[in-house]
Design a protein around this ligand. Sequence first.
Ligand code: FES
Length: 105
Amino acid sequence: MTFIDVAGTARTVDSPAGMSVADAALNHRIPGIEADCGGFCACATCHVYLDEEWFARLPAADELEAAMLDTETLDRRPGSRLACQLKLSDALDGLVVHTPERQYL
Ligand code: FES
């Protein structure tokens, strides 16, 4: 999968199926993903943006993730998701996510 930052720098990493996108980012020291709560959907510091194509291929955010995405500290956009709630799979091979300029507004 690939992380693209606001400057357009792409970082492609190889991570196993079943791992969350947040853990893939932390394991590869991807800038812009903090994941302060350790993946428990409680901090919203793993916010990422998906392109329309990838967003449509993923299951919708559950109630808890949707509530966290509504927090006022996020610059929420149509492709917003929390990386800790996105699990890598063979179906998501080649996933591209964009990291925000910062996790807090
Ligand atoms: Fe805290 Fe995702 S790591 S909400």
